[in-house]
Design a protein around this ligand. Structure first.
Ligand code: GDP
Length: 432
């Protein structure tokens, strides 16, 4: 999602214009006492497109004076955003500060838009022409208060912003796609049979071409699901050399084709390298994940105790996975699979609005700032959830964030917003 930063001196009507652009979809987040927010980000929509709007506040003169502080803010905005909107008070005209900012912005290779605000009536229109002198191109006269011409300004903004990249995973139409994966003999065929039989409704098999894998439509809990590449579950001749390679390739193909994976583990046996390889494939493909511990009928008290510690170590990469204990043999708890799939997919599809995300994040970072690196304190400027499927956060920072700190943010993000059953990616965009 592209980012637009709004800059301008105090009192030029920047906040009013921001609210006008947002259409008051997301009123300004309430300030939490003791927490300074010098940047707030929102989701903005216009003409069927979506972008992140960053309101750079804090243009108060600091020790270096108003001009220097404003110029520094503009510099930061320029580095962080895909385009910058400079707001000027048309009733005042260009001040020395506006000129200093314009000078900084002119050096940018990014598009800069100029809004001449407070043009509440036509008599002021002529004056806005003088703003060409700032060297930022055509001034867009607007009245944030009355809404005058803000549509034209928004059209110009959209033209300047790059198109948002396509969302991963694509649009899901039809039944949701499930991969049933796990090492040989863990019970995949048995479970698929149980699921289809028990619910009495394998709808039909979807025949592919000779090269395409064959999927099965299975009705579970009142919903039809597409189990992808179930032909791969059929017992086949074990072509000695390379058998394992082909099995693993088939697993990967199924995971890639799916939205959510049921990773089947043998509850009676310790977690193996092979299990972990399958889990890694799911995480790296960014798919939602349900862990099903099969053969639960074989698990006794001792085994259950042994499992607790084993899982803690074995599942460090997927503590967030949905878990169910089942027996494909007896049918125990197989009906819990569909709700677990739904939970995981809901998380995979979930998006936290930018305003809410930043309100939470600025408090988190104020309480626990990123560790100092090379004598410098990296600053997290703001964040957006850039995508879903899987949910992907992008943190805009002034410096590198250590992996440990990124994991901390992910953990806290999950505590705050959920996301059970889905991987969450935390990316960092450093602007130095
Ligand atoms: P696949 O290779 O993963 O498809 O595994 P299969 O479905 O062919 O099962 C392998 C073996 O495990 C078969 O002998 C099954 O009867 C047995 N099995 C599958 N699920 C269970 C279960 O829940 N409990 C027990 N005790 N055995 C199971």
């Amino acid at each position: 999602q592209p980012v637009l930063a709004v800059v301008g001196r105090p009192n030029v009507g920047k906040s009013t214009l921001v609210n006008r652009i947002l259409g008051r979809r997301e009123a300004v987040v309430q300030d939490v006492p003791g927490v300074t927010r010098d940047r707030v980000a929102y989701d903005a929509y216009w003409g069927g497109r979506k972008f992140t709007l960053v309101d750079t506040g804090g243009w108060e003169p600091d020790a270096t004076g108003l001009q220097a502080s404003v110029a520094a803010q503009a510099e930061l905005a320029m580095q962080t955003a895909d385009a910058v909107l400079l707001v000027i008070d048309a009733t005042v005209g260009a001040t020395a500060t506006d000129e200093a900012v314009s000078k900084v912005l002119r050096r940018s290779k990014k598009p800069v838009l100029l809004a001449a605000n407070k043009v509440d009536d036509d008599r002021l229109l002529a004056d806005t022409a003088s703003l060409w002198s700032l060297g930022l191109g055509e001034p867009h006269p607007v009245s944030a208060l009355h809404g005058r011409s803000s549509g034209d300004l928004l059209d110009a903004i959209l033209k300047a912003l790059p198109e948002a990249p396509r969302e991963g995973g694509g649009v899901s139409t039809g039944p949701r796609r499930v991969a049933l994966v796990g090492k040989p003999n863990v019970g995949k065929s048995s479970l698929l049979n149980k699921l289809s039989g028990e619910e009495r409704s394998v709808v039909d098999s979807v025949a592919g071409t000779t090269v395409d894998p064959v999927d099965s439509l299975v009705e579970l809990d009142g919903e039809t699901w597409r189990f992808v590449d179930t032909a791969g579950l059929r017992k086949r001749v074990n072509f000695a050399a390379g058998a394992e390679y082909y099995a693993s390739l088939r697993t990967k193909t199924a995971i890639d084709a799916a939205e959510v994976a049921i990773v089947l583990l043998d509850a009676a046996e310790p977690i193996s390298e092979q299990d972990l390889r399958v889990l890694t494939m799911v995480v790296e493909a960014g798919r939602a994940c349900v862990l099903a511990f099969n053969k639960w009928d074989l698990v006794d008290e001792d085994r259950r105790h042994a499992m607790v510690r084993e899982l803690e170590r074995g599942l460090v990469r997927v503590p967030w996975a949905e878990k169910v204990n089942v027996s494909a043999l007896t049918g125990r708890s197989v009906r819990k699979i569909a709700p677990a799939l739904r939970t995981a997919l809901a998380s995979w599809d979930q998006r936290v609005p930018t305003g809410q995300l930043n309100a939470w994040l600025s408090d988190l970072i104020a309480a626990t700032p990123p560790p100092v690196r090379g004598g410098k304190q990296p600053k997290v400027l703001f964040a957006t959830q850039a995508g879903i499927r899987p949910p992907t956060l992008v943190l805009f920072t002034t410096g590198f964030l250590e992996a440990g700190y990124r994991r901390f943010i992910e953990r806290k993000f999950r505590e705050q917003f959920g996301f059970a059953g889905s991987p969450v990616r935390v990316n960092v965009r450093v602007r130095e």
